[in-house]
Design a protein around this ligand. Structure first.
Ligand code: ZN
Length: 274
């Protein structure tokens, strides 16, 4: 089963329709998806501004109700005063993972690190944005892959970096190598890094980025997954299916066996969530 690992909710007023979501996903060739809640009020996107934690939670849970194949993730701002309380609420409410965008703090920020540790203790993963951030502000310094080395010190965390960190794909691949090596030379490094290949990479960079990711010599086959970055209210089936067929062709040309391709398009997400 193909799974879309990166879908946003952008409209609090849109009535959640999980059946329609599953139908749209099926049209695009997916059997399930990670659905990310509305943005926290501090984020520049207006959508979540007027929504409380409870409303954002309830909304994403409704979008994922009645099916096992829509996985609800809660977008948390680790600098918000009640971030720790939000983690508890989210877990109690059935959230399966968290989304974080470092838009005004470094990934290694002390306060944020405490939040990652609290999430890791719940056994739930974190989807991080990485790569250039289209927020109209000076925020790139917070999203360079190497900045995420800080996560070496978070025990048992599963986390992903989105967009192959475009345009810093080389840096992302090197970071993956660093995490693998750190685990070999340090017994206390227990976090696991995943790569979320959600476009961000314009088409002209795609083949190059994926070829390097799978040919650099690091064993990434079990730690890469696909996402579309579409919105759930208005899922762009044509766009998502074009990306998945383009990626499939590239992965096969690189020489990945069918079993690996299907893990990258779906199976690895289940390990990320579980
Ligand atoms: Zn996104």
């Amino acid at each position: 089963m193909n799974i879309d690992g990166h879908i946003h909710i952008c409209d609090l007023k849109a009535k959640p329709k999980p059946e329609k979501a599953l139908g749209d996903l099926a049209t695009a060739g997916f059997g399930g998806a990670i659905i990310i809640s509305l943005a926290p009020p501090t984020f520049f996107i207006k959508s979540g501004k007027d929504a409380s934690t409870g409303e954002r939670l309830e909304n994403v849970m409704e979008w994922c109700s009645g099916t096992e194949n829509l996985f609800p993730f809660y977008w948390i701002d680790p600098l918000e005063e009640k971030a720790m309380r939000q983690i508890e609420k989210a877990i109690d409410g059935g959230i399966l993972g968290f989304k974080i965008i470092c838009d005004r703090f470094h990934p290694g920020d002390k306060k944020a690190m405490k939040v990652y540790r609290a999430i890791a203790e719940t056994g739930r993963p974190i989807l991080f944005h990485s790569g250039i951030l289209w927020d109209g502000k000076s925020s790139s310094a917070y999203n360079r892959p190497a900045e995420f080395e800080a996560l070496l010190e978070v025990q048992n965390l599963r986390f992903s970096l989105a967009h192959i960190s475009w345009p810093w794909c080389d840096e992302l691949i090197a970071l993956y190598g660093k995490f693998s090596n750190a685990k070999k030379i340090r017994d206390d490094v227990t976090c696991e890094m995943f790569v979320d290949t959600t476009p961000g990479t314009p088409e002209i960079y795609r083949r190059d980025a994926l070829t390097k990711l799978f040919s650099a010599g690091y064993d990434v086959r079990n730690n890469v997954f696909f996402g579309s970055d579409c919105t759930i209210e208005d899922y762009n089936t044509k766009w998502a299916s074009e990306w998945i067929s383009r990626d499939t062709e590239i992965l096969k040309t690189i020489g990945l066996p069918d079993g690996d391709v299907s893990k990258i398009l779906g199976g690895n997400i289940l390990n990320f969530i579980s």
